[in-house]
Write a protein that binds this ligand. Structure first.
Ligand code: CUA
Length: 355
């Protein structure tokens, strides 16, 4: 009358697997789909779920069934029956996982190969990570380049992102596009994405890169191609208006603003004049007063204090803020540094200038 325990376990496991897979597939796991090939990636994920849930369920069924059914009765102090090797079982439990893992690896490779395939007419966007923001550079009209800290993208345009970093390892990730790629010091990595849905998303850093890691997010805007073109041309004109690239001595506060923007200071600092709203570090709208106060305490002029805060941020940390600012020594220097200091002091009500 009684069924063999193995048959019972298999029967329970099969029913539990069906229920488990049904639950796993009914859950909506994914964020908005906003790029081509996203469905392929999501399907891959569902296939992995459908294969791994039954394995988990079967293993747990055998474990729980055995604990309940074959536990020692009270007072039974005897050892269990001696266990001998079983060649047949061993062959089975090596072969099945080998076939499963190999099959899934081939499937994953096929999908990845397709997702990473070179696209016709792709635009190269340079992506640069930095503690704790991202910078994007586009090929603009007339061979110029356009810099932005917002990732503007045209719908249905294939992009190749070339990813580098100024400092440590970061990871470029837009969940709605699914793909993720590390930014590694000394290397250029790349990822190909064709956004196909208009909307606003976020580039998220997916690699622990320091205390400000969680704040390392930049906006992504996918817009219609004509809007993108208009934006790019407007940016190119804006860049031409402040032409010359880096800051030159004597150009003062205007050049300082550009230094502020191109170094991503606004990712962490609020400064109304630059239109930024970061909250990781102190608000800079009143840095002139703060620099005067803290500088005096430390025997520095306001300009010396601001300069030290940029080059050696941990020398003094404003109370109430985490000591997360990286040093910009060697990255912002000379005339650029002077211009930045002058800019910060002048827009926040100070006299500015370090003489
Ligand atoms: Cu950059 Cu985390």
């Amino acid at each position: 009358m009684r069924k063999h325990p193995l048959a019972q376990m298999l029967a329970i496991g099969a029913v539990a697997s069906v229920v488990g897979v049904a639950i796993a597939l009914s859950i909506d796991w994914f964020p908005t789909r906003a790029a081509a090939k996203v469905n392929e990636i999501d399907t891959l994920y569902r296939v992995l779920l459908s294969v791994s849930v039954p394995i988990f369920v079967l293993v747990m069924t055998v474990a729980i069934y055995s604990v309940v059914k074959f536990r020692a009765r009270p007072g039974d102090m005897s050892d269990g029956a001696p266990i001998h090797g079983s060649t047949r079982l061993e062959v089975i439990w090596v072969t099945i996982p080998f076939l499963l893992v190999t099959g899934l690896a081939i499937y994953g490779w096929v999908v990845l190969n397709d997702v990473e395939a070179k696209q016709q007419g792709e635009t190269v966007v340079k992506v640069r990570g930095q503690q704790f923001t991202w910078h994007f550079q586009y090929p603009g009209p007339n061979g110029k380049t356009v810099d932005s800290d917002v990732l503007y993208l045209a719908r249905d345009q294939p992009y190749k992102f070339e990813i580098t970093t100024n400092d440590v390892i970061h990871s470029f990730w837009v969940p709605e596009f699914r793909l993720k790629q590390d930014a590694v010091p000394g290397q250029t990595t790349h990822v190909r994405i064709t956004p196909d849905r208009v909307g606003t998303y976020a580039v998220v850093c997916a690699e622990l890169c320091g205390l400000g890691h969680a704040t390392m997010r930049n906006t992504v805007r996918v817009v219609e191609p004509n809007q993108f073109k208009a934006w790019l041309e407007q940016q190119a004109r804006g860049a031409a208006a402040t032409a010359g690239g880096g800051a030159a001595p004597g150009r003062g506060a205007a050049a300082g603003k550009q230094v502020f923007t191109s170094n991503g200071c606004g990712a962490c600092h609020t400064l109304a004049d630059a239109g930024t709203s970061g909250t990781t570090g102190p608000k800079l709208d009143d840095i002139a007063a703060a620099a005067a106060k803290f500088g005096k305490q430390r025997g520095l002029t306001a300009a010396e204090y601001v300069k030290q805060s940029i080059e050696d941020p941990t020398a003094f940390v404003v109370p109430g803020y985490p000591p997360v600012m990286p040093s910009f020594k060697g990255r912002v220097q000379g005339a650029e540094l002077d211009a930045l200091v002058e800019y910060l002091l002048s827009v926040s009500g100070g006299k500015g200038g370090s003489g």
